[in-house]
Design a protein around this ligand. Structure first.
Ligand code: EPZ
Length: 429
């Protein structure tokens, strides 16, 4: 891989030391979306021609994707936020465990490789800190399109005499299954319909990329997506959409710690459920030219939420939201409806003085007037982000361990927060 840009240097045992209680002020620039960039980079496997992707964030999951593409046979050149993916040699059709275990989204190589070569072997990703995360919906989709699947020595093996464009109905609007089937369909002649598709903005971005390389995708971002595939797809240039989860995390951070911040590049249309909940809680959020502005307004009112597929409240902002609600002036509930085990941050928030009772998929928060600094640990990307939100609002110093989780999804979060006036240091443990 050729890297001409800045690459975030992180070490496995880094921790953040955060001295809370400081108001945040100024402007932060929102990066390109991790969860849009990942499938788009993987979709470059659909063509031998050169694809140039811009506004790609500099994150650990993204560099893992570069390694995966290179392992499969692509040449990847990174210059700042621009990534060129080129032909190097005939693609392999096996994604190895050493990469898949670092990043579950590796399963997305199945769709493009199966459609192009008629077979693919991907290590099964296994569970993770937020749930079991099966891939049955991906496999059912491929089976409907004429593939056979089996599990062999920890790998899922898919084969087909040739995929067929079909109508695929998802029993749940899985983001990954929708993306995998869209990519397979893009390289399959005929018209594929995905019913009950995921509606996340990242799906719409992937649809635009696939149209840019020669498929015809309509309806992406809605419940029914139509993909007219082509036997040969071509190169293209594409700009990744802004990261709505990074935006949501910074909104929660400012609302919780207090302050007045402009988020340049943020797209309010992608965050309507969160913005509505924040306004109910009392934060002032407005659309400004080229972004959004948030002005905090003291202790939040209690607002209960339940996470839902888009356009519902995003599960990826649930942890930052819980940290914000830990300070509310009453009782708020958070119900997690997407993942079965996404409350690991709650126990860490208790160490900071929060009052939270978890019962199954519901957390009941009795707001406290203050949180206090403590030594705590991140368990996944967003749980880690939630702990940072709490630490920024807390009195005293918090040490957040296992920062490598946070580095998977937030680009130089400590620089961004420092520029806004936070006291945050990366230290080696
Ligand atoms: C994507 O994961 C995101 N990851 C996640 O972000 C995000 O939390 C999630 O969508 C929901 O919005 C990427 O885009 C790379 P799903 P994905 O398939 O595609 C169940 C982050 O922090 N399910 O919509 O894996 C599954 O177990 C990450 O950036 C099945 O049962 O999400 C889960 O409970 C974390 N069978 C639910 O559906 C399947 O075949 C949602 O999963 C597929 C999913």
């Amino acid at each position: 891989m050729v890297e001409n840009g800045r690459i975030q240097k992180a070490f496995p045992m880094d921790a953040f030391l955060i001295q809370g209680g400081r108001r945040l002020k100024g402007t932060a620039v929102i990066n390109g979306s991790k969860n849009a960039a990942l499938p788009i980079l993987i979709a470059t496997l659909l063509t031998d021609e050169t694809c140039t992707i811009t506004n790609v964030p500099d994150l650990r999951d993204i560099s893992t994707t570069y390694r995966l593409l290179e392992e499969l046979g692509k040449k990847v050149t990174v210059t700042g936020k621009t990534v060129k993916v080129e032909y190097r040699r005939k693609l392999k059709t096996k994604a190895p465990y050493k990469i898949v275990k670092q990043m579950r989204a590796s399963i997305l190589v199945a769709g493009p490789l199966l459609a192009r070569f008629g077979n693919v072997r991907v290590s099964l990703p296994g569970g993770c800190a937020i749930g079991m995360r099966p891939i049955d919906l991906h496999l059912k989709g491929f089976e409907t399109m004429g593939a056979q699947s089996r599990t062999e020595q920890g790998d899922v093996v898919l084969a087909t005499e040739g995929l067929l464009a079909k109508r695929v109905r998802l029993t749940f609007p899985s983001v990954g299954a929708t993306e995998n089937i869209m990519m397979a369909a893009a390289a399959t002649s005929g018209t594929t319909i995905i019913d009950n598709a995921a509606r996340e903005p990242e799906i719409e971005d992937l649809g635009n990329f696939l149209t840019g390389i020669g498929a015809v995708v309509t309806g992406a971002g809605g419940k029914r997506i139509k993909i007219i595939g082509a036997a040969k797809l071509h190169g293209s240039r594409h700009r990744v959409i802004p990261d709505r989860i990074e935006t949501g995390t910074y909104l929660c951070a400012v609302a919780a710690a207090g302050g007045d911040v402009k988020l340049k590049g943020a797209e309010p249309k992608h965050l309507e459920a969160l913005v509505a909940a924040m306004k109910k809680a009392g934060a002032k959020i407005s659309k400004i030219p080229g972004g959004m502005r948030i002005v905090s307004s003291g202790r939040p009112k209690p607002v209960s939420i339940l996470t839902k597929p888009h356009p519902g409240f995003p599960t990826d902002v649930q942890a930052p939201w819980m940290a914000y609600m830990a300070l509310c002036s009453g009782k708020a509930r958070v119900r997690e409806e997407i993942f079965e085990n996404r409350f690991m941050h709650a126990a860490e928030l208790l160490r900071m003085g929060a009052s939270i009772v978890v019962d199954g998929n519901t957390a009941t928060i009795r707001g406290v007037p203050d949180l206090s600094g403590a030594e705590i640990m991140a368990s996944d990307i967003r749980a880690g982000a939630g702990l940072i939100v709490a630490a920024l609002a807390a009195h005293g110093t918090t040490k957040v361990g296992r920062v490598y989780h946070i580095d998977r999804g937030y680009e130089r979060i400590e620089y961004v927060l420092r520029r806004l006036g936070a006291k945050i240091l990366r230290v080696k443990e």
